[in-house]
Write a protein that binds this ligand. Structure first.
Ligand code: GRF
Length: 221
């Protein structure tokens, strides 16, 4: 049976604009979920301030207080389980996960990355895209596995890259799409519509527009 509202555990390290987009979607009623807990690995970050202001349960668990990555994650798993979290949402969480967290929440951890994966994994994906000279970039929501930015892909959104783009202007264009597709992917998960078979993710009852394309520069005539 699919629960009507799933419980989210959101892991953050910084600004928290994706966390805010998730809250906004919940507020609008387009995402049927509750944010049960927000966990930061750094103190005094904007994301934690947002959580405090909105009375969302929040906690900072610094990795430096633990002897190993695994010990840190065991503490996170305890909090996530006791907060009845169904889905762990990485929203600008700047740590690579170990098998401890990944196995505890198998196929129930998602991440958003600011590129069309598998291109430009890792840090500064928008700068990597500009430096490479691609004409189209975007963002990807994917399941989290041990390999960095390597898990099965749920949804991607593409944006054009313009000749006068800076890292900031491209990041901001991509971020608008992140805020659109992340809540959407979480809602699909909440509706039990995501099936994973190997590297493939199948979203049930999804209508594909077969003629949908994006070309940049525009190819007309
Ligand atoms: C986003 O660009 C996301 O794609 C990446 O980290 C950034 C987090 O931004 N993983 P915010 O903290 O959600 O504002």
């Amino acid at each position: 049976m699919v629960k009507e509202r799933i419980g989210l555990g959101i892991l953050v390290s910084g600004r928290g604009s994706n966390f805010q987009a998730i809250l906004d979607a919940i507020g609008k009623g387009s995402l049927l979920a509750n944010v049960n807990v927000v966990i930061s690995d750094r103190p005094e970050v904007e994301a934690l301030e947002r959580a405090k202001k909105l009375n969302v349960q929040n906690v900072c668990v610094e990795a430096s207080s633990f002897g190993s990555r695994e010990a840190h994650e065991r503490a996170l798993v305890k909090i996530l389980e006791s907060s009845h979290v169904d889905l762990v949402v990485l929203a600008g969480y700047r740590r690579l996960l170990s098998t401890v967290l990944i196995q505890a929440f198998k196929n129930r951890i998602i991440n958003i990355h600011p590129s069309i994966l598998p291109a430009f994994r890792g840090l500064k994906a928008q700068k990597q895209a500009l430096d490479y000279g691609v004409r189209i970039s975007g963002c990807t929501v994917h399941l989290v596995e041990e390999e960095m930015d390597g898990g099965p892909i749920i949804v991607q959104a593409a944006v054009p890259v313009f000749p006068d783009d800076t890292e900031e202007s491209l990041s901001s264009r991509i971020l608008d799409q992140e805020h659109r597709i992340y809540p959407l992917a979480i809602q699909w998960f909440a509706e039990g519509r995501i099936n994973v078979e190997g590297r493939q993710v199948f979203v049930q009852d999804f209508s594909h527009q077969k003629e949908m394309t994006l070309a940049n520069p525009l190819t007309c005539g």
